[in-house]
Design a protein around this ligand. Structure first.
Ligand code: DGL
Length: 273
């Protein structure tokens, strides 16, 4: 399981809960965070290096738990690491949104790169051609999440700033009439679920908030079963190995909030890509 930082731990938590017999290696490319503001070429190169590093651990499946990397690097990773099934998070997130929305008006917040490349817009429209999708970048949420600033007045102010215009009609930045006010919000970045309290306060109680964690875990389970790769006995010893490219102490401190379990800095192994 791979992300630019600790954000993908939201996906790892869902995977670990859904697949209690499996063991996981998680890599956070903390030395090169943020991916969301970098070019497609750079994100593809970084993602491929991370994927190759994880493949070397003898994994049986690769989960790109980063929307930014999934939006651009998936075809290259699939082509270059041909012997491993590779699962991204965008298609599962889009599916969760299409299932949740009643009026077909779906808002997406993601990193700058994911929004600019139109990844969610395309994925949602291919599943539900009648959908109306409004996508806006909310890059600052990544910094807040990595900083452990998940709640409080700063998180609330940033959530208001990004979300209020999308959810007010008419005349909002993205919503043009009452029927276009989204009834569903996709958290299109794996860091964002940590800020769900502030996000909920900004959008109000009626909007359905979805992310890719649970649907990605379900996709991985189906794929493992279909490929005959699912473990059927409990894994011995520690089930989660954590790798980072920089900052063990910070990874452990913030990552433990994401994973909702204590992580000691010594448990985080530093790797060079
Ligand atoms: N967590 C990542 C995502 O899902 C990327 C955040 C970043 O590095 O900008 O897009």
């Amino acid at each position: 399981v791979f992300d630019s930082g600790v954000g993908g731990l939201t996906v790892l938590k869902a995977l670990s809960a859904r697949l209690p017999h499996e063991r996981f290696v998680y890599l956070g490319d903390t030395a090169r965070l943020f991916y969301g503001t970098k070019s497609a070429e750079t994100v593809t190169r970084y993602s491929l290096q991370a994927a190759q590093a994880l493949a070397a651990y003898g994994v049986k499946c690769l989960v790109i738990a980063c929307n930014t990397a999934s939006s651009v690097g998936l075809p290259t990773i699939r082509a270059r690491i041909a012997n491993l099934p590779v699962v991204g998070v965008i298609e599962p997130g889009a599916r969760a949104a299409c299932d949740a929305s009643r009026n077909g008006a779906i808002a997406v917040i993601a990193t700058e790169g994911t929004v600019r490349r139109g990844a969610y817009q395309r994925a949602i429209l291919s599943l539900r051609p009648d959908a109306r999708v409004a996508a806006e970048p909310a890059q600052l949420f990544v910094a807040l999440a990595e900083e452990g600033l998940h709640a409080g007045s700063i998180a609330d102010a940033v959530a208001e700033h990004y979300l209020r215009p999308m959810f007010s009609a008419p005349g909002g930045r993205s919503a043009v009439s009452e029927s276009d006010v989204p009834d569903t919000l996709v958290l299109g970045c794996t860091h964002f679920p940590m800020l769900v309290g502030a996000i909920r306060r900004a959008v109000g109680p009626r909007v359905q908030i979805v992310d890719s964690a649970a649907t990605t875990a379900a996709s991985v389970e189906t794929m493992l079963k279909q490929a005959g790769l699912a473990a059927d006995t409990p894994a011995p010893g520690s089930r989660i190995k954590l790798l980072a490219t920089d900052g063990q102490e910070r990874f452990a401190r913030v990552g433990s909030l994401f994973l909702e379990q204590p992580i000691a800095p010594e448990e985080v192994e530093l790797v060079d890509l």
